[in-house]
Write a protein that binds this ligand. Structure first.
Ligand code: FAD
Length: 533
C-alpha cells in the first residue's frame, strides 16, 4: 500500500521484528498475503480478538539493488502521469512509452503485457525473479507483491458483483454446485458491501450500499441500448474504492505485519493440524518460521496453490489426496474494444474510476434462449468519457465464464527454482471450442455496440485475449462437499489440514461471469467467522 500507509499500520510494520515473528509465543493466526482476501481475513480475525501475523511478499528493491529496474519504473510512472501528458507532444509520449515498455520487458516480460503496468510498474513482480513456465496453451500470470495486492493498482476496475443462485447452483452438468446454500452468502455480501461502500444499482433485486442515479451520458447509453435490444437490462455498475482493511485492523493492537516475507510452505504436524508457516525473509535472505494453529492462505489463486503443493508433510503435498489440487484453472474469457465517439450529453463527462454501465447477459440480446449453448453467456462493462473537441472515449470489456476443466491446470516444477530457491509453477490453459465460439459472439457484440454509439475503434480484439488477461484467475484448490473430489471443505478449510484455510479465488468451483473479488471477500469473511467459532 504505497504512499498512503496509515500511521497505525506503519507502527504495526515497525513493531513486527523477526524476533517477535519467530518467538515461541507464536500467534493465534497467520495470514499469508495482504491483498483483498488477506486484508479481509486479518480484519475478521483481529476483530474477533485474535493475535494475527500477516506475512506479505511485497518488497521494493532500492536503486542500488536494482538500478535499471527502479529507474525504468520511475520513468514509466512519470510518463503515464496525465499532467505530463497534457504538456508533452503526443508523439513524444507515445515513443517514450514504447521505449520504456521495451526496457521494462527485460525484467517483466509478462507483467508489461498488463494494461495497468505503466501506471504502477514496480507494484508488479519481477518475472526474472519469480518465473513460471507455460506448458501448453498460453497464460499471462499478472501478479503484484505489495500490501493491498492487486486491488490498489491504479487502473483497477473497482467492479463488485454478487454471484446469484444460478451461478452457485447451476443445475447443469457444466460445473459442480458450490457446497453452500446460495442464501448463505447474502449476509457476507452485505457486510462486505457495507465496508466497501459499494455504489451502483440493484443486482439480483438487491440494492447496493448506496444507490446512484444515471447521469445524462449514462441515461443516453441506457436508452440507446434498450432501443436496439429491448430484452437487455442495462444497469449502473456496482463499484467502490479499494478497502484499507489492514489500516482498519491495525487500529487495534492485535495485528503484526511482516513485509518481504515470501511464504514457501505451510507447516502441519503429524496429526494433520496446521502449526505455522515457513517463509523466505527478503531482507536477510534467510529461511524463517512463524507459529500459529490457524493459517489463512490468501496469496492469490495460483500462488496459494503453489504454496500448498510445495508444503511437504509426511504424506506429500497438502490437499493433493483427491487429485483436484492444481486442476480447474479458470480466467474469464475477455474481449475488449476502445475508440473514439462523438460528444456526450452532459459534457464534459469525467472518467470516474469504476463508474460504468453494466450489460449483464448480452448473449440474450436478440431473444436467444437461455441455456441453449454449452456455455453460460456473457456480459459487458461500458465506459465513456469526454476527451474534448466534441469527442468521447469509448471502452468496453466483455466477460464470459470459463468452465472448470481438469485439463486446465498448474503443476509444481521442483527442478526450476525462482530467485529465492522456491519451486515454480508450470501452467496449462486453453480455451475450449465452445469458449472460442462464444468469443466470436462477444466480438460481434463489441462491433454492434460500436455501431450503436457511432464509435471508430482504435483497438478491437478479434478473438478472446490470452487466458490470464482478465486477471480474474480462479480455481486450482476448489471447495466441495466431498474430500474425494475437492481440496477444501464447504468453509474453505483444507480437508487434509485442520486449521488451514484457503479463501482466495483458488477455492472457486466455478466462476460465473462476474468479477470475482466481491465473492472472494465474502467467502473470506465467512471463513473467518467459521474459523474463530
Ligand atoms: C488492473 C486490475 C483491475 C482489476 N479489476 C477488477 C475489478 O474491477 N473487479 C474485480 O472483482 N477484480 C478485479 N481485478 C482482480 C482483483 O484485483 C483480484 O481478484 C483480487 O485482487 C484478488 O485478491 P487476492 O487477495 O486473492 O490476491 P491479490 O490481490 O493478488 O493479493 C495477494 C497478496 O499476496 C501476497 N503474496 C503473493 N505471494 C506471496 C507469498 N508467497 N507469500 C506471502 N505473500 C504473498 C502479495 O504481495 C499480495 O499482497 C483486477 C486486477 C487488476 C490487476
Amino acid at each position: 500500500m504505497s504512499v498512503s500507509l496509515r500511521p497505525a499500520l506503519e507502527a504495526t510494520i515497525a513493531k513486527t521484528e523477526l524476533a517477535r515473528v519467530e518467538s515461541p509465543r507464536g500467534f493465534d493466526a497467520i495470514v499469508v498475503g495482504a491483498g483483498a482476501s488477506g486484508g479481509m481475513a486479518a480484519l475478521q480475525l483481529t476483530a474477533a480478538g485474535l493475535d494475527v501475523l500477516v506475512l506479505d511478499a511485497g518488497w521494493r528493491d532500492g536503486f542500488l539493488q536494482a538500478p535499471l529496474r527502479t529507474a525504468t519504473a520511475a520513468l514509466v510512472r512519470n510518463i503515464a502521469d496525465p499532467r505530463l501528458q497534457t504538456i508533452l507532444p503526443p508523439k513524444l509520449v507515445d515513443y517514450g512509452t514504447r521505449a520504456l515498455k521495451l526496457m521494462g520487458r527485460l525484467h517483466q516480460p509478462v507483467q508489461t503485457r498488463c494494461f495497468a503496468w505503466p501506471l504502477a510498474p514496480d507494484s508488479f513482480v519481477c518475472d526474472r525473479d519469480r518465473p513460471y513456465r507455460v506448458e501448453e496453451g498460453e497464460f499471462h500470470w499478472f501478479r503484484t507483491e505489495q500490501l493491498g495486492g492487486k486491488m490498489i493498482v491504479p487502473g483497477h476496475g473497482r467492479q463488485y458483483y454478487r454471484m446469484g443462485p444460478r451461478d452457485l447452483h447451476p443445475g447443469d452438468s457444466l460445473s459442480p454446485a458450490w457446497p453452500l446454500d446460495p442464501g448463505e452468502l447474502t449476509r457476507w455480501y452485505q457486510d462486505v458491501e457495507h465496508l466497501l461502500g459499494v455504489t451502483g444499482e440493484a443486482e439480483h433485486d438487491i440494492p447496493p450500499e448506496r444507490q446512484v442515479r444515471p447521469n445524462a451520458s449514462e441515461q443516453d447509453a441506457i436508452i440507446r441500448i434498450r432501443r436496439r435490444w429491448p430484452t437487455v437490462r442495462p444497469m449502473i455498475g456496482r463499484s467502490a474504492a479499494p478497502l484499507d482493511s489492514l489500516g482498519l485492523s491495525a487500529a487495534g493492537e492485535r495485528l503484526w505485519v511482516r513485509q518481504g516475507a515470501i511464504a514457501s510452505q505451510v507447516l502441519v504436524d503429524e496429526g494433520g493440524v496446521a502449526t505455522g508457516v515457513r517463509f523466505v525473509d527478503r531482507a536477510s535472505r534467510s529461511v524463517r518460521e512463524a507459529r500459529a494453529p490457524l493459517v489463512f492462505l490468501c496469496a492469490s489463486a495460483l500462488e496459494s496453490t503453489r504454496i500448498l503443493m510445495a508444503s511437504e508433510p509426511p504424506a506429500g503435498s497438502i490437499g493433493a489426496r483427491s487429485g483436484a489440487l492444481g486442476r480447474h484453472l479458470m480466467d474469464h474469457v475477455i474481449l475488449s474494444g476502445e475508440g473514439v465517439g462523438g460528444a456526450l450529453p452532459g459534457e464534459p463527462v469525467e472518467n470516474t474510476p469504476g463508474r460504468c454501465v453494466y450489460l449483464p447477459r448480452l448473449d440474450l440480446r436478440d431473444g436467444a434462449v437461455d441455456g441453449a449453448t454449452q456455455t453460460r453467456g456473457h456480459g459487458a462493462q461500458l465506459y465513456r468519457w469526454s476527451i474534448g473537441q466534441g469527442r468521447s472515449w469509448f471502452l468496453c470489456n466483455s466477460f464470459a465464464e470459463m468452465l472448470p476443466s481438469p485439463e486446465n491446470r498448474v503443476t509444481l516444477d521442483r527442478e526450476r527454482r525462482d530467485a529465492f530457491g522456491l519451486p515454480t509453477l508450470r501452467i496449462r490453459c486453453q480455451h475450449s471450442p465452445a469458449e472460442l465460439a462464444r468469443g466470436e459472439d462477444q466480438g460481434r457484440v463489441l462491433r454492434e455496440l460500436g455501431e450503436v454509439f457511432g464509435v471508430k475503434f482504435t483497438r478491437l480484439l478479434a478473438g478472446p485475449a490470452t487466458p490470464g488477461t482478465a486477471i480474474h484467475e480462479c480455481g486450482t484448490a476448489r471447495m466441495g462437499e466431498d474430500p474425494a473430489n475437492s481440496v477444501l471443505d464447504p468453509f474453505n478449510q483444507c480437508w487434509d489440514a485442520k486449521g488451514l484455510y484457503v479463501t482466495d479465488g483458488a477455492s472457486f468451483p466455478s466462476q460465473g461471469a462476474q468479477n470475482p473479488t466481491l465473492t472472494i471477500l465474502a467467502l473470506t469473511a465467512r471463513s473467518g467467522g467459521a474459523a474463530r467459532a
